[in-house]
Design a binder for this molecule. Structure first.
Ligand code: SF4
Ligand code: SF4
Length: 316
């Protein structure tokens, strides 16, 4: 399979990165064995990098997939920590639960942050210190804000960026897809590795998946793309599309008919509003004390599910 170099990091990766979010408790809630088997299939088929986060709850799935695997694999995780000590504990937890010595990338997980490097300056300092200690290779940022990537262009300490972009611009907090594309190109020109997220807007663009994936991979400066995948057929089809630009009409006809759904068990909702605060897309409101989703705004990211103390939300 063709590989690309992720910016100036020297890392060579397949253009398709396995986004592990949908495997975990925020979405499909697969067991470690089920999710691990899917990741392992992806690794054996040519995927070389996995994307996860402290929030995703998918370290057990990845550990399962890596057990006995001798091939090449890169792992990127993210910390939503607000303090240095919390960031350190997130990284150390990842190393322990994944049973590895070093993470390849750790991002400041800043979906709602317009300038993660400034807003999480203490966390950035700590990540840079852990880089020196050999606990991680590269520091990155992930965000839904164009401003975050404009600011990152002049931050030499940021090696990799993980921006949200799709054809419709759905989920971008402060502008259009074209403006995000400009910021991405600028990051790439400044030597940052770029791998994109939400090319399918969390599933909202599934009916136009091929065109949506090709759009993102065709943008100047985009090295690779993280996609969440829940079946072997999906992995195989996405690998062919992303690595070889090949798409079997019959298989994609079926894949583009899939639908994902936001589910909330409203009758148990306590109306605490934690999910509303956690939503990056302003897609949740409290109506008569019950959380209610505006489906046209929802990018099916599942972050609200992590915030609900009653475990009432799931994206399936
Ligand atoms: S409602 Fe939940 S799943 Fe939808 S965009 Fe907001 S946080 Fe993401
Ligand atoms: S976080 Fe859970 S309990 Fe609180 S408002 Fe949202 S759905 Fe209801």
């Amino acid at each position: 399979m063709n590989k690309v170099t992720l910016g100036s990091t020297g890392m060579h990766v397949n253009r398709l990165i396995f986004g592990t979010l949908p495997l975990g408790p925020l979405q499909a809630n697969l067991s470690a064995a089920e999710g691990g088997a899917l990741i392992r299939h992806a690794l054996e088929s040519g995927i070389t990098m996995l994307d996860t986060a402290e929030l995703y709850g998918t370290y057990p799935h990845i550990r399962e997939a890596l057990s006995g695997f001798t091939g090449e694999v890169r792992i990127a995780s993210k910390t939503h920590a607000t303090t240095a000590s919390e960031a350190r504990s997130h990284v150390e937890k990842a190393l322990k639960e994944l049973a590895i010595d070093r993470l390849d990338i750790v991002h400041i997980h800043g979906a709602r942050l317009a300038d993660p490097c400034s807003d999480r300056a203490e966390v950035l300092e700590e990540l840079l210190m852990m880089k020196q200690e050999g606990k991680l290779r590269h520091v990155g940022i992930s965000s839904h804000y164009i401003a975050a990537f404009r600011a990152a262009t002049s931050r030499p300490e940021i090696d990799v960026v993980h921006p949200l972009i799709n054809r419709t611009g759905m989920g971008i907090m402060d502008g259009s897809a074209e403006e995000m594309a400009e910021a991405i190109a600028c990051c790439s020109k400044n030597g940052k590795g770029v791998y994109a997220m939400k090319a399918l807007a969390g599933g909202n663009l599934i009916s136009e998946a091929r065109a949506s994936i090709r759009y993102v991979l065709g943008l100047p400066g985009v090295d690779a793309l993280a996609l969440g995948m829940l079946s072997r057929e999906e992995i195989d089809a996405n690998l062919k599309l992303c690595s070889l630009d090949e798409a079997d009409e019959e298989i994609w006809g079926l894949l583009e008919k899939r639908r994902r759904k936001f589910k909330i068990m409203e009758k148990f909702c306590k109306g605490c509003g934690a999910c509303v605060d956690a939503c990056t897309a302003q897609a949740l409101v409290l109506e008569n004390g019950i959380a209610t989703v505006k489906e046209e705004e929802c990018i099916l990211c599942g972050y609200c599910a992590a915030a609900c103390p009653e475990f009432l939300i799931r994206v399936v």
